[in-house]
Ligand binder design. Sequence first.
Ligand code: AMP
Ligand code: MG
Length: 500
Amino acid sequence: MVKSNETIDDPNRPHFNFDNSFARSLEGFFKFCQAEPVVAPKLLQFNHALAEELGLDPVALDSDAGLAIFSGNAAPEGSEPLAQAYAGHQFGGFSPQLGDGRALLLGEVIDTRQRRRDIQLKGSGRTPFSRGGDGKAAVGPVLREYLIGEGMHALGIPTTRALAAVATGDAIYRETPLPGAILTRVSASHIRVGTFQYGAARGDVDKVRKLADYSIARHYPDTADAENPYLAFFAAVADAQAALVARWMSIGFIHGVMNTDNMTISGETIDYGPCAFMDSYARSTVFSSIDQHGRYAYANQPEILIWNLTRLAETLIPFVDTDKDRAIELLTETIECIQPLYESHWLAGMRSKIGLSTEDSIDLQLINDLLSVMEGGHADFTLVFRRLSQVLRGDSDAVRHLFKEPGAFDAWAQRWQKRLEQDGIAAETRAQAMDRVNPIYIPRNHKVEEALAAAVNQDTVPFSKLLAVLSHPFDEVEGNEAYAEPAPVTGRPYRTFCGT
Ligand code: AMP
Ligand code: MG
């Protein structure tokens, strides 16, 4: 399926060892389809390190031939481009047919660590699932997904990755004309809770079973040997997602559109639309302009996790037990474990953020009290945790200054110090461990906007610099102070948009 005019036996031609198990196994969950050609593609970003990890040749790809592939102008040999079908609850309302309206799965490769990874183009034109949309994406949102996804990866949070971003040279039409772009996205798979809902909504029990078997084999092979594999599969997805949301909460990340079609089965963060990081700690923080009722506010994310997983559970009822009531009972028991499971992931993460290596029954209260003091004192979430380690190095002022009224923090810090005494680790060792889990650089909203605005105007220097800073979020670098600072206070709340 080579559309470009390169010769087949060119040794420098980018080569992908595609092995397309989704296309082979899951008929009914996709439609084959081609990318729309674009006029004047230009490479905006290319991820050499990820290309290497995928077992691809970065030099061969960082070329005109690579550009032809990443722009959708040439389908690489062995690819079988397809748009996946899925359904989903969006803001609580069910849409039985969504699907990849602006994305194409090129195929799957086995990476250098023997993991199967999807390679997908996002923004490559209309598909059978585009409904009223144009299937396109704009430079700003494509680079935003690139930047925040790679930033999340550097923070150690499971996420889809970005292999390349190209400007298409075409204008796309939203409220105003915008420069078009395509993201090449890499994921453990693109199977979503909504993929299961798609089959279930059609009453297609056999197809949903095939999807579950496929997902078990691809993501949770150990559950195949469980006494009740489908129940074990559900518990495994729940655990992966509970761990993921706990990680989000521990770094102040707000996804913004936790619809069931934006929740993966693999446990990777997916679909960076209106997501953003919180500056000063406030539980009710919402950035997305379309989230008018705050359904996906920061503090609601753990509840939405359970709500979404319950939608997945509903699709698995026929496989968990032949007796429907018994299946519901078993799944309900597992659903009831999600909240405590989430809390244990969260507590473990928060303990390490305040430097604890042991467990004590007072820890939950201690952590919640710090959060309350932060909320009352309008303190910056990221910097408070980062600067706690400074206290152990003899400097309390750095963190105290982050609170409007430091008195409440001082009282908390005394209790914290007492707890640390029981924990028996040398101060510098503890401070270093804290600096490895509390980032100094996160994608600050004003820095992201600044970089994207410049990139849209063809200046990619601020973007590249920000990407470089976010690639090492735990290592403080002299000269990068501006990247650690919260946004200057404008009095206006920060708003994000879906960018579709
Ligand atoms: P998202 O906001 O990325 O979660 O997308 C929600 C749904 O809308 C998915 O089915 C997308 O494929 C579809 N969609 C979003 N933008 C477009 C577009 N420009 N053209 C076609 N479909 C789109
Ligand atoms: Mg989506």
